[in-house]
Ligand binder design. Structure first.
Ligand SMILES: CC(C)(COP(=O)(O)OP(=O)(O)OC[C@H]1O[C@@H](n2cnc3c(N)ncnc32)[C@H](O)[C@@H]1OP(=O)(O)O)[C@@H](O)C(=O)NCCC(=O)NCCS
Length: 199
């Protein structure tokens, strides 16, 4: 499913690692207009996959949950993706949010209890997407990048995109939601963005 000009969500067809690999190859081949055999993917020391040929000037990132595969891609620079279901967040959000900055924990605590898992999922996916765009992943915790300035946390989707900062870089983060049966899927996509005031 095409979510916007550059993001696709494959539902239910890529649960196993080999299926995810094939889906990614097919996606990249179609986007780049090349045979799959010509697409070589390497991994950096942190495990982030990237195209072996930098001349293609094409960046991508993947995330998967419960058989859903999200591939975010960009022709303008590094990109990160994260996908979760709110149902998966319900039993873990309280413990997992202790890794957030105190101001973000306070944002969650101020919400009505039933709204907290979705709000947590939104914070988590945005942070992880940015950290995956930057390439570090979540090894250094989830306090940074911060989202304590988010003023529409209790609002239902759709949400407006935000800018987030990490490692001196600025990322534009967009959220997507998709209801599948009783399950609400939430995904975030982070793409390098010019810093405010920079041309
Ligand atoms: C990357 C990471 C955030 C994945 O989190 P997750 O919620 O378990 O999984 P997701 O489905 O969202 O993402 C997994 C995908 O992210 C990508 N990925 C892996 N490492 C990555 C990194 N450092 N940065 C960005 N993307 C990465 C891969 O495409 C991976 O899918 P694949 O293994 O099927 O190829 C987490 O593993 C992490 O923080 N890793 C840090 C680096 C690390 O510890 N590396 C170990 C080897 S040194």
């Amino acid at each position: 499913m095409r979510l916007d000009g550059q993001t696709r969500l494959y539902a239910g067809i890529a649960a196993a690692p080999e299926a995810r690999r094939r889906a990614l190859l097919g996606h990249l081949a179609a986007e780049l207009g090349r045979p799959e055999a010509d697409i070589a993917i390497l991994r950096d020391p942190m495990g982030k996959p990237y195209l072996a040929d930098p001349g293609l000037e094409y960046w991508f990132n993947c995330s998967s949950v419960d058989g859903l595969l999200l591939i975010a891609s960009s022709r303008t620079g590094p990109v990160g993706a994260d996908i979760e279901t709110v149902q998966r967040c319900i039993p873990v959000w309280e413990d997992a949010s202790r890794t957030f900055a105190p101001a973000e924990q306070a944002l969650l605590a101020a919400l009505n209890p039933p709204d907290r898992p979705l709000a947590f999922a939104r914070l988590w996916t945005a942070k992880e997407a940015v950290l995956k765009a930057s390439g570090t992943g979540i090894v250094h915790g989830m306090a940074e990048p911060g989202l304590e300035h988010l003023d529409d946390l209790p609002a239902p989707p759709p949400w407006r995109p935000v800018q987030m900062h990490v490692g001196g870089e600025c990322y534009a983060v967009t959220w997507y939601t998709l209801p599948i049966d009783e399950v609400l899927v939430i995904a975030a996509r982070a793409e390098t963005s010019p810093k405010p005031g920079k041309t």
